[in-house]
Ligand binder design. Structure first.
Ligand SMILES: *Cc1c(COP(=O)(O)O)cnc(C)c1O
Length: 381
């Protein structure tokens, strides 16, 4: 079945008791056993597994083309669980331009557990190979990255990793499986903050991991259960409902983002626009090769720096000043003091997050209204 069909039917007609069209929310902590040691359908306790969660997990696995999917309470819970595949003394190569919270977990938490990290700008196989050590066990990256929309050649990363037998994990939050399926390019595990596009309505926090092999599935299920990082049934229900409209939403997000990026690019107040759909973007050709669309995130630099960026952010009407992304309504934020405040000023500078940088999550409103809003807010900045 094609993508749109899978998502519109997720959780539909799965109610064995009454035939409810919409999947029931199994809001239960535990399940009655038929006999000692004999469960009814494999369910005993909702931390381990829950039928509402299972529908979301199976849908995620289908969308990413994986062996199994796992739903977590937050994106960070998914990343924390993935990080537990590592042991003290292991080394990780991470992209340098990653979600601020991921950077904080690696740098300020996992490091204290004896795991080593190298933050690398993954623009060539050489840049990765020089960072490889005998104890390198994982490569972690995003593409497009947050907030600079850098594009990483996924096939290149997978081929280097295979050569050195290193596990690869890609955070696919920005592209979603509608535009990009990392497992098809040889990546071992995909991670999502379902808070963003998968849910799409700014009303739930959640995370996901999709595995490529049975061996990885067993490990992730073990750590999910042992750590207790799983998602609640109601949240899974909300994300499954959000996913039903993922295809139409993503098409509109990308169409609007392209229009916004082209508008900003010709604006005299704007120094630089970061959007992989622009021909001038250094990763445009690779993005075109590996993605079906360029997504809904656009970042740009205001010529006059920090004060001008703040002025702009105070003036937007439709773009709400807020962190997070991927909802139907447009957002604008200032990475240096908001989404990426957990990075040191030095680390931000090194990966290119400047004082004039603004990040937009372009929603699915009418694009003319969005451009009118940006235009009035940029005036005098
Ligand atoms: C938001 C986000 C996360 C973290 O997810 P939460 O749901 O906020 O815990 C991880 N990676 C990316 C790319 C994100 O945007």
């Amino acid at each position: 079945m094609e993508f749109e069909t899978i998502i519109s039917h997720a959780g539909k007609k799965m109610d064995p008791a009454y035939g409810a069209m919409s999947m029931p929310i199994y809001q239960t902590s535990n399940f009655v056993f038929d006999d000692i040691g004999k469960t009814r359908a494999g369910y005993d306790y909702s931390r381990t597994a829950n039928p509402t969660r299972k529908v979301l997990e199976d849908t995620l696995a289908k969308l990413e083309g994986g062996h199994a999917g796992f739903a977590f309470g937050t994106g960070m819970a998914a990343i924390t669980t993935a990080a537990h595949l590592l042991k003290t003394g292991d080394h990780v190569i991470s992209g340098d331009d990653i979600y601020g919270g991921t950077y904080r977990l690696f740098q300020n938490v996992m490091k204290d557990h004896g795991i080593e990290f190298s933050f690398v700008h993954m623009n060539s196989s050489k840049s990765i190979e020089v960072a490889i050590r005998p104890n390198t066990k994982m490569i972690w990256f995003e593409s497009p990255s947050n907030p600079l929309l850098n594009i990483v050649d996924i096939e290149m990363v997978a081929s280097v990793a295979k050569k050195y037998k290193i596990l690869t994990v890609m955070d696919n939050t920005f592209a979603t499986p509608y535009f990009l399926k990392p497992l098809e390019y040889g990546i071992d595990m995909v991670m999502h903050s379902t808070t963003k596009y998968l849910n799409g309505h700014s009303d739930v926090i959640g995370g996901a991991i999709i595995t490529s092999t049975e061996e990885l599935s067993k490990k992730v299920q073990f750590y999910l259960n042992a750590l207790g990082t799983c998602a609640a049934p109601f949240d899974c229900w909300l994300v499954t409902r959000g996913i039903a409209t993922l295809a139409v939403r993503m098409r509109k997000h990308a169409e609007n983002a392209q229009a916004v990026a082209e508008f900003l690019q010709q604006h005299p107040t704007v120094a630089k626009v970061y959007y992989p759909g622009l021909k001038t973007h250094p990763g445009h050709e690779i993005a075109k090769k590996q993605m079906k669309g360029f997504g809904g995130m656009v970042s740009f630099e205001i010529k006059n720096g920090e004060a001008a960026a703040h002025n702009f952010l105070r003036k937007t009407q439709l773009f709400a000043l807020a962190e997070s992304l991927g909802g139907v309504a447009s957002l604008a934020e200032y990475p240096a003091l908001m989404s990426h405040a957990s990075m040191s000023a030095e680390a931000r500078k090194q990966c290119g997050i400047s004082e004039g940088l603004v990040r937009l999550s372009v929603g699915i409103e009418n694009s003319k209204d969005l451009i009118d809003d940006l235009s009035q807010a940029l005036e005098g900045c």
